[in-house]
Design a protein. Structure first.
Lengths: 343, 343
DNA sequence: CCAACTTATTAAAGTTCTTTAATTACTTTC
DNA sequence: GAAAGTAATTAAAGAACTTTAATAAGTTGG
């Protein structure tokens, strides 16, 4: 039976996590502020923070402004305490972002894609980072495939990675905390974090990629993975008498002209929005700037309103997919470093 | 900032909740068993349980079997410690179930429907129970409408209850812990509890009611309410060139014959299943025995497989809607009594 | 530049849990 | 039916947090 509440033995670690999370959010804090923000008593914060200081996890940055009395010491996370690597695996390139302990990107590199070559090439690439940065501790991988607990479950076209257990392999090989996430899931997480919206939102992030459309779905603040890791495969949605979403998007080619083609795309998108509204009723549906424009949104909104009552429609927005994706990967990496992630 | 872990002051209450939950699950336990099951130390369990015994919350039922030494005392929840009332508000009737503290139904009544009459009639009906059962402490109401935190947000056809704040009203009036839930949400919760499946399942419970179809949706173990409490309004799904789900289900009337009519229904249902598979990829989709038969499931499954890969289809099952609904309401009531519910 | 004041930090006392040890109450066996 | 064994309780000691009090370190104003 799992325990829904913290036992005294885990208290210490929980307190550290709270402190880390608060220091990550607000960069620099005094002990009194941390106590106030976390709800933990001052003496406990003081003791724990002193330990963290001794161990080099936090550093003293100076004194705060006085409001009439003694000036308080200010602490922040030590940027050099740990580093993390966020990797986006795409067909044509691998994107690497090196992060320090305060979440800053201290290095960014695009290396050749490895999906066709296989795990060996990826290991080489990661290996160079491991050598260069001795305090690398966290690794996050984003992959265009279905992932179950660090193992690639199903990945189209890249046989070499089919069923590859990234997590077990790199955890063992480089002693890192490894995390693997599907690309669209990482993207929706990234958007969610950047949006600054409330925590328990429901979101749908749609992308008409090269390998067919896919969606990242978040419900009540949780990523939806599905019973067979098939969630978000919107290609298959039967939206017309004899065409599904993918076909509707592709068959535009057969249209008389550009206007006709655009109208068909708009209608397919409108129906997609209607489908999500009539099922999950999410707060927001996000499109990629490579697929749609701000201007299209007006038409999609109008189109959707012909299928479901307009009051219930989500807000429709257009975003840069790569930005949200990489931010999501970075965010996952930071959470792993701070110990506030999944495990 | 909300606290993700239990502070020492709440520890006592958390421990009691753990004990209650364990005693509810297994009916009768010894102190040693409770310590083992909850992971809480024996002395703490012993002390807390003794207090609960003094306060009449638990009772000693006798001694367990010996395994060679002293026989252990066995405790169980005191059935008479508290009572709860689960109410299902339907058009034609109000269903009342009176529950004792161990979750047994100790009284069931069907009274005339009140939705057309208004809150006064409902208050009268509830009032009689409050008078009859002095230790009534919890009240759960199931309503066919959108609910936000105890207030009816949107309810079709029953103007008298539009925007009625059940929770505030009955909490104040009868000093009860009140909870209000949408009927389909309660149903999916009820099924989930009865199924004994793992906790974090994704489920869709479909019902073609008199007031049009509706679905209760659960994702990762949480009920999905939606940004404007519109989730599950599957009527509006645009599944055909010029018909939505509701129209597809209703237009069967225009079919040549019964076979044709049935085929259309099966196809609409298959598409619906495909929609959920390609979005949420749930573990199970549940149909009502009033709408579909076991035999239909074979056809629906086959139909869905023509839209999405069969491997990803949920299991399709047929259930008695009322049973799951009432069980869900009871379950919500019991959770409220035991303090393991939402607030 | 020192007295009065303000605020940070440290120390002590109080809770509440866990762990470990001691005691008690039965069972079993001869 | 008493001695030996076994498991349930109870008691004592230890750990970790909170609350409250005491002390230290600055600031400010005359």
């Amino acid at each position: 039976m799992k325990l829904p509440f913290v036992q005294p033995k885990m208290m210490g670690e929980m307190i550290r996590q709270q402190i880390r999370a608060a220091l990550y959010r607000d960069s620099v804090s005094t002990k009194a502020e941390l106590a106030q923000k976390t709800g933990i008593s001052f003496p406990t914060i003081s003791k724990t923070l002193d330990e963290m200081n001794d161990q080099g996890e936090v550093v003293l940055t100076g004194l705060g402004v006085s409001s009439g009395g003694r000036r308080p010491k200010q602490y922040r996370l030590n940027p050099d305490h740990m580093a993390g690597l966020a990797v986006g695996l795409e067909k044509d390139y691998s994107s690497y972002a090196l992060l320090n302990y305060v979440g800053e990107v201290i290095g960014r590199e695009k290396l050749p894609g490895v999906l066709h070559d296989g795990p060996e090439r990826l290991t080489e690439q990661i290996g160079t980072f491991v050598k260069r940065y001795p305090h690398l501790r966290a690794l996050t991988l984003g992959v265009p495939g279905a992932v179950n607990n660090g193992r690639v479950f199903f990945i189209l076209d890249y046989d070499k990675f089919q069923n590859f257990d990234f997590k077990a392999f790199y955890q063992e090989r480089f002693s890192l905390r490894v995390q693997v996430e599907n690309d669209m899931n990482a993207t929706v997480l990234g958007y969610h974090d950047r949006s600054g919206d409330e925590h328990d939102r429901s979101l749908v992030y749609l992308y008409l990629g090269q390998n067919g459309p896919g969606a990242g779905i978040m419900v009540n603040g949780d990523v939806v993975r599905g019973s067979s890791f098939f969630s978000g495969e919107v290609s298959f949605l039967p939206l017309y008498d004899s065409r599904n979403f993918l076909q509707a998007v592709q068959d535009r080619a057969s249209a008389q002209n550009g206007t006709e083609s655009r109208l068909r795309l708009i209608d397919a998108m409108s129906r997609l929005v209607a489908v999500f509204t009539a099922t999950l009723n999410p707060h927001t549906v996000i499109f990629c700037s490579t697929d749609m424009t701000e201007h299209d949104m007006t038409d999609v909104r109008q189109g959707s309103a012909s299928y479901v009552p307009a009051d219930n429609l989500p807000s429709l927005i257009v975003r840069d997919w790569e930005e949200d994706y990489f931010h999501g990967l970075n965010q996952l990496t930071i959470k792993t470093m701070l110990g506030t992630g999944i495990d």
